[in-house]
Design a protein around this ligand. Structure first.
Ligand code: NAD
Length: 348
């Protein structure tokens, strides 16, 4: 219970605990499928949005970023970090929170945790992209990097693309064991592998989702056969990539927002005029996704503000009329809007 007057403008806040309750209430596969639909709907109205590469503050240890966008009616932003060394200290590599506001008056309408929500939206975006780009009838995914994002990625590919087998590999076998355990009874055949090559055998979709603050080479050119779809998630910062440049030269590359991906994605290794296709154009049918069985398609994912906006929009719609949020006293609302000081005095 709160002691606020009933006419007080309060902002719903979705805590981590409530986000987890919401996901269980709806069911994770439904959440992922619904999120992909919300993201897809927003990608279809791409031109409406304010778009800017995220605002990044880099340090030796990691990065802190702000990701803003607006569709003209609603404004949203996410605060997110990326600190690969964190897990060694018992902390998450990625944590996040985000906000939606009314463009008409600038007042916030939702504040939410976004650590869980980022994992869900990143997985939903991967599967949405794979739906358009992966070979038809794909059944097997290699999941390289078995950290925080990996189970979400695997379940989204099952729910949205019909993957039945996931082959796990991580340089840390404990991470693979953790992911395998978490994926038990999720309707997937889970295979633990001892090398990246082994995980890729027979896989039509290859997801790389590793964390290392350097230009890593998780995949080399000779490891990648023709006809596969690569879903590269972990390279999302200047100086942080996962694929050898030769793979990029053999692939048709699909990106969220080129202005951001050229700074942060795998394509930072290529010249600025290397051709890429924007995913929204495939989704609207303006251009084609996969055109042949032999083609290597690469989704060079970095995570874009519109996906977070869609995810927050989804949460806002789902919490209406439920107990999955807490009202926050974030807005001063004096009876006379110009008497802010009087409000302070009366609170003495
Ligand atoms: P995490 O730290 O929980 O897991 C990363 C895993 O990668 C660890 O288990 C680690 O052992 C493994 N790894 C590191 N180097 C490897 C290698 N050479 N081969 C195999 N495995 C290796 O991180 P997370 O939260 O799962 O995030 C993974 C990556 O995805 C991060 O780089 C993060 O920045 C990125 N990310 C991208 C998006 C996006 O939208 N594209 C969203 C969220 C996170």
């Amino acid at each position: 219970m709160n002691n606020f007057p009933s006419d007080k403008a309060l902002v719903p806040f979705v805590s981590v605990e409530n986000m987890m309750k919401l996901v269980h209430h709806i069911g994770i596969e439904t959440v992922l499928t619904d999120l992909a639909s919300y993201i897809e709907a927003d990608f279809k109205r791409w031109a409406l949005f304010d778009k800017t590469p995220r605002v990044a503050s880099h340090s030796e240890e990691g990065v802190i970023e702000l990701m803003p966008t607006s569709d003209g009616e609603v404004y949203g932003f996410k605060y997110v970090n990326g600190h690969p060394k964190n897990t060694k200290e018992g902390l998450q590599t990625v944590t996040a929170f985000g906000l939606l506001a009314n463009v008409g008056n600038g007042y916030p309408v939702l504040l939410s945790e976004m650590t869980m929500l980022t994992a869900l939206r990143t997985a939903a975006t991967s599967a949405m992209a794979a739906k358009y780009l992966a070979p038809k009838g794909s059944t097997t995914m290699a999941m390289i990097g078995n950290g925080a994002q990996s189970e979400f990625q695997s379940i989204a590919m099952k729910a949205i693309c019909g993957i039945t087998t996931v082959k796990l590999y991580d340089i840390d076998p404990q991470a693979t064991q953790k992911a395998a355990k978490n994926l038990t009874n999720m309707g997937l055949t889970v295979v633990q592998c001892s090398s990246a090559e082994e995980s890729m055998e027979g896989a039509q979709i290859i997801t790389t989702c590793t964390a290392d603050k350097q230009n890593a080479t998780i995949l080399t050119d000779n490891m990648v056969g023709s006809g596969v779809h690569i879903n590269a998630i972990g390279g999302d910062c200047p100086g942080k990539t996962e694929l050898h440049a030769d793979i990029l030269h053999r692939s048709d590359i699909f990106v969220e927002y080129p202005e951001q991906t050229r700074i942060e994605g795998e394509i930072q290794q290529l010249s600025d005029d290397h051709p890429v296709t924007e995913l929204w154009q495939v989704i609207t049918g303006a251009t084609q996704g996969r055109t042949s069985d032999k083609q290597i398609t690469l989704f060079d994912s970095v995570g874009f503000a519109i996906e977070d906006f869609s995810a927050l929009r989804y949460v806002r719609d789902q919490i209406k009329g439920t107990d999955f949020s807490i009202p926050l006293d974030m807005l001063a609302d004096p009876d006379d809007p110009r008497d802010l000081f009087g409000m302070l005095q009366r609170a003495k």
